[in-house]
Ligand binder design. Structure first.
Ligand SMILES: *Cc1c(COP(=O)(O)O)cnc(C)c1O
Length: 427
């Protein structure tokens, strides 16, 4: 069985095949691996690598502070790029180390009182949920999970029915780490606004693969990371905070960059979102992030979204035809993250079998998104997250490899591991 039909489908994507060829030529990793772990960390384009490495060399040759002074215009421009990406103003952006830190600075900045309600989603990322539990213990706020609707996305009707004047925060994951689901962020924004609640969106998996506009969504705060779909370096993240909400948050930490020590017994918090940053930063990585954002804007997020969505849909359709494979993605609207299980073959074994062929996928486990996984009775999934630079040939190779894992599974279970190809064992 071959999978040449994917070729017809990908040609209709938002980027032309010559765009894709250009993107791949600019991505050194494309010559080495078929990378379907873009929800973990994407392959960086040459432009990102160059921006980071150039600055590291400058630091080594002239001194770190001197290098920052020389590159100050470019460093400052990263805020403009981030603001363009998200559809906000530059003073509403904070650049931080990762999405978790970005999210934390917003969430831990909310002054919860006993009885305040936090409404959240089934798809919530573990780090967020752990923070809810800690803050509930500390403050007496209550965490409540809005159920999914019949499509597996957060139920907007249920959310509306749950809102009252005690709802302090609606906090939702836009795209979960473990599936193609895209939660209805705009509709949720409308309900949060009507309820007078703050709205925090974890957009870690959506920014870079989907067109995300904070004004359209109506969120007060949004966090995302550099290394995933944005194709930036590791150790970068960003936070958007709507200007009108800044003073309703209490920055959980302050330093001499976030505030000024104005008198022996006084300080003044800076007026913009950079009050959520610290003074020290990895400028080489930050410049890489800026280059990654500019690169994405250069292609155009709607075009990236069209191609990623179409490629993933084609992948899902063909995965579902492989005997024993169940595609696990939910939601009315789906993105580039594609997840599946294969009867009788543990997800880590599939990952290993694919890795042996130079194909990168990852495994999602319960502890990352417990409510959702427990709710579906799942312990692990194979996650193949597609980006615009992936090709129909790579998808065909991925499908062939999964097909071979499936075929090597005997009809009647025998002795564990017997007859399995290299890297594939059975429970
Ligand atoms: C990866 C991820 C995070 C955390 O991002 P970091 O940059 O690793 O801090 C948060 N939320 C979701 C949904 C994620 O997938």
């Amino acid at each position: 069985m071959t999978y040449t039909r994917a070729g017809q489908i990908v040609a209709q994507g938002g980027l032309t095949l010559s765009d894709v060829a250009r993107a791949r030529a600019d991505t050194p990793g494309c010559a080495k691996v078929a990378h379907f772990n873009n929800a973990g960390a994407s392959l960086m384009p040459r432009q990102v690598l160059d921006a980071s490495v150039r600055h590291l060399h400058l630091e080594a040759e002239t001194g770190g502070y001197e290098a920052a002074a020389q590159a100050s215009v470019q460093i400052d421009a990263v805020y403009d790029s981030a603001a363009r990406l998200l559809g906000c103003d530059r003073d509403e952006i904070a650049l931080v180390d990762n999405a978790t830190r970005a999210w934390d600075m917003a969430f831990y900045g909310i002054r919860f009182r006993p009885g305040d309600r936090i409404l959240t989603s089934m798809a919530e990322y573990a780090s967020n949920f752990i923070a809810y539990l800690q803050v509930a213990e500390r403050t007496g706020a209550r965490v409540e999970v809005v159920p999914d609707d019949e499509h597996g996305q957060l139920s907007v009707d249920a959310l509306r029915a749950m809102t009252d004047e005690r709802v302090r925060l609606v906090s939702m994951t836009h795209v979960p780490t473990n599936g193609g689901l895209v939660n209805p962020a705009v509709e949720v924004g409308r309900v949060a606004r009507e309820a007078g609640a703050l709205y925090l969106l974890d957009a870690c998996q959506s920014v870079g693969q989907l067109a995300v506009d904070v004004r359209e969504i109506g969120c007060d705060m949004l966090s995302t990371t550099g290394r995933k779909y944005l194709r930036g370096p590791r150790g970068t993240g960003l936070l958007y905070v709507r200007r009108e909400v800044l003073d309703r948050l209490d920055p959980p930490t302050l330093d001499l960059h976030a505030a000024t020590w104005t008198a022996a017994d006084r300080y003044e918090i800076r007026p913009d979102a950079r009050r959520f940053e610290t003074w020290e930063a990895n400028y080489a990585a930050r410049l890489g992030l800026g280059a990654a954002i500019d690169h994405a804007l250069g292609w155009g997020l709607p075009r990236i979204q069209a191609r990623v969505t179409r490629l993933a849909a084609a992948l899902r359709e063909q995965l579902a035809e492989i005997p024993g494979v169940t595609v696990r993605d939910r939601g009315v609207r789906r993105c580039g993250i594609t997840t599946f299980t294969l009867d009788g073959v543990p997800a880590p074994d599939i990952k290993a079998a694919l890795a042996a062929r130079g194909i990168n996928v990852s495994v999602s486990r319960t502890a990352s998104t417990r409510l959702d996984m427990d709710g579906r009775g799942l312990e692990e999934l194979v996650r193949a997250s597609v980006h615009y630079y992936n090709t129909e040939e790579e998808i065909a190779a991925l499908l062939q490899a999964v097909h071979d894992c499936a075929r090597s599974e005997p009809a009647a279970p025998s002795v564990a591991g017997a007859g399995a190809p290299a890297g594939v064992s059975r429970r």
